[in-house]
Ligand binder design. Structure first.
Ligand code: HSE
Length: 447
């Protein structure tokens, strides 16, 4: 696709476009699909004015036609099969809101592009796993593949990275990319509650999925980080290269200790180019209190991009929900209606770099370590001897309570060290007789 020439081409045709209706096929009528249909209907005049042409839903598809829905179905052709919708003659843009990295979602998107239609999707799993091949296909057939809604719901972070910050090299990007995890961590801190209880409450309130494993396991955040890293660093879309840890092992006591030490625990996604590859990681982090990212609480998402010319920019907003996500889906549709086309990952597919994943063993930083240790003479001496042997230096240490002969928590912060050394230390400490539980370790991020 020759992006540079496309704008001129479209501008020359603007009179034609002004009178031309953009025909939209929506595959998937769940929460986001309903939001998209409502927004298109309620803001029809505004959108027609902004696009210079009308937007019309001409085709719809979902698993169950008769399911009760809290929005008026548009007067559009119904398809039981989303792939058939993707082939329909009366559709210019296919909006894929089915979800899932394979199955009908992938078939619908591949078919739509293969039939010469533009695609808008909110499907981060599909793109994180197959985004490279889909971008290549989109460019080959000279159609756009847009996914603003796939990363951080209502925050227009894809456009910000791809367009607004296009002139920058990125020193690092990081963010709170999963609202469910951020909500759980916030509630654990506010209520002093344990993970399992807060997760159950979040599910009851409808914040967390019935199967929340992708959220709490860090997979959903890693999908989003994969896309952001490709945009920022022009690297291939390689979900498999992301180091991932979730929040399942965090306890109320970790959150309390972290706070006492001047930190808050956040699940972050972070990416950075290094001399030894692109570092892509998702894991819980201790972040200093009073830093902007530490103040992002509840279901809110945030992305921080540090550009070499723009400096630090931060994007904060709702990461999910029908209305914010619909706002992002429609923003992509508006781009298509205006004739704007961008390479899906900012860099044309053929120029995306096959970048090595930076081994996590090379990561350097400070650590929070919580040990459960028998309160008896010599326990700490054994632990500190292991640390000294691997040149891991202690920055501060807390032991609360006294329970001779019984186990007590001991919390340490280390000075900056290498992950490989820390792994060795933990292996050896775990084997010591006075250490009664697996040590809990959280990396500290300083900004
Ligand atoms: N499940 C995601 C979250 C929203 O909790 O942030 C959609 O990606």
């Amino acid at each position: 696709m020759r992006y540079g020439h496309r704008i001129t081409h479209i501008a020359a045709k603007s009179e034609f476009l002004l009178s031309d209706v953009l025909r939209i096929g929506i595959a998937g009528l769940g929460t986001v699909g309903g939001g998209v249909i409502r927004l298109l209907s309620e803001q029809e005049d505004l959108l027609t004015q902004r696009c210079g042409r009308a937007l019309a839903v001409t085709a719809i598809s979902a698993r169950d036609r008769n399911k009760p829905r809290d929005f008026d179905m548009p007067d559009a052709t119904w398809y039981d099969d989303a792939v058939a919708l993707a082939q329909a003659d009366n559709v210019d843009v296919v909006v894929e809101l089915i979800g899932g990295e394979d199955g009908p979602a992938r078939a619908t998107v591949e078919t739509a592009l293969g039939c010469g239609k533009h695609v808008v999707t909110a499907n981060k799993a599909l793109l994180a796993v197959h985004g490279g091949a889909l971008a290549e296909l989109a460019e080959k057939v000279d159609r756009t593949l847009c996914y603003e809604a796939a990363v951080c719901g209502g925050i227009p972070v894809i456009k910000a990275m791809r367009e607004g910050l296009a002139a920058n090299r990125f020193e690092r990007i990081y963010g709170i990319l999963n609202g469910t995890c951020n909500y759980i961590l916030t509630k654990m801190e506010e209520d002093g509650a344990e993970f399992a209880a807060v997760l159950a409450e979040a599910q009851q309130l409808g914040y967390a999925e019935a199967d929340p494993s992708f959220d709490i396991g860090g997979i959903d955040a890693a999908h989003k980080l994969t896309l952001l890293a490709s945009l920022a660093y022009g690297c291939q879309v390689q979900f498999g290269d992301v180091f991932i840890e979730g929040i399942e092992d965090l306890t109320a006591s970790d959150i309390r200790f972290a706070r006492e030490l001047g930190y808050r625990i956040k699940l972050l996604g972070l990416a950075r180019r290094t001399d030894t590859g692109i570092e892509r990681r998702v894991h819980p982090c201790l972040v200093p209190l009073r830093t902007p990212i530490a103040e992002v609480n509840g279901v809110t998402n945030a992305v921080v991009a540090v550009g070499n010319y723009a400096g630090q920019t931060m994007f904060v907003g709702p990461g999910a929900g029908a209305e914010p996500t619909a706002s992002s889906v429609i923003a992509d549709i508006v781009d298509i209606a205006r004739g704007l086309a961008m390479p899906p990952f900012a860099t044309p597919y053929s120029k995306l770099e096959e970048a090595a994943a930076r081994p996590m063993d090379l990561w350097q930083g400070a650590y929070y370590v919580r040990l459960t240790v028998l309160d008896q003479p010599g326990s700490m001496a054994g632990i500190t001897a292991v640390m000294a042997e691997h040149s891991v230096s202690i920055d501060s240490i807390i032991q609360r309570g006294r329970a001779p002969g019984a186990a007590v928590p001991v919390v340490m912060l280390t000075h900056k060290t290498e992950e490989a050394s820390m792994t060795r230390v933990l292996r050896e400490i775990t084997a010591l007789e006075p250490v009664t539980e697996r040590p809990r370790v959280i990396r500290i991020e300083r900004f």
